[in-house]
Design a protein around this ligand. Structure first.
Ligand code: SF4
Length: 189
């Protein structure tokens, strides 16, 4: 199927049970295509811009409708920023349904803002994102203790606040960890 505005190139089927790509139980949309070539990338099979499968966006939305117990949607890959139009359509739909949106990208927030000067769709997509996990994966900065990211150069950016205050505002990790602790059932051994 040729690339069109109504399709998205995906690396895999929608995942509906992730607990490691953002808070809570999340749907993950695995986009295909990435040009960052990070050393140590865990998903090199998602780099090929002609790989994976072209899927009609309507089919993705239908698959999202079939999931009714998740609180969030995460775009990962690959790099979703190579398909901003398609990802934004899906993000808009998910936002209307009340989902919290996280996006993983190898670009930095500043680079995306620069890209948006020529392609305003990037700014529109940002406006539908709650948290952007930005920057390439840097193997020498790998840290297994980091929350929801692989290397210490990557940031969990609170996008609505960052756009509002026009300076980088980070996701409140401490608050999240405190709330997460309260929600987990106590174990009695
Ligand atoms: S941005 Fe992500 S998918 Fe792309 S090469 Fe880097 S780690 Fe791999």
């Amino acid at each position: 199927m040729p690339q069109s505005k109504n399709s998205i190139r995906l690396a895999a089927d929608l995942q509906s049970d992730s607990i490691v790509d953002g808070p809570g139980l999340r749907i993950v949309i695995w986009t295909q295509g990435c040009g960052h070539n990070c050393k140590g990338c865990q998903n090199p099979q998602t780099w090929d811009f002609k790989g994976g499968a072209l899927v009609p966006i309507d089919m993705v939305l239908e698959a999202i409708d079939e999931v009714d117990y998740n609180t969030g949607v995460t775009f990962s890959g690959g790099d979703p920023m190579y398909q901003p139009d398609a990802c934004n359509k899906i993000a808009e739909y998910c936002k209307e349904k009340g989902y919290n949106i996280w996006v993983y990208t190898g670009f930095t927030f500043e680079e995306i803002m620069e890209m948006s000067k020529k392609k305003p769709i990037y700014k529109k997509f940002l406006q539908n994102i709650d948290v952007l996990v930005d920057g390439k994966y840097v193997e020498r900065k790998r840290d297994l203790n980091l929350l929801f990211r692989g290397s210490s150069n990557q940031r969990l950016i609170d996008v609505p606040k960052t756009l509002k205050y026009k300076e980088i505002e980070l996701f409140d990790e401490e608050k999240y960890l405190e709330e997460d602790k309260l929600q987990r059932p106590k174990t009695y051994i």
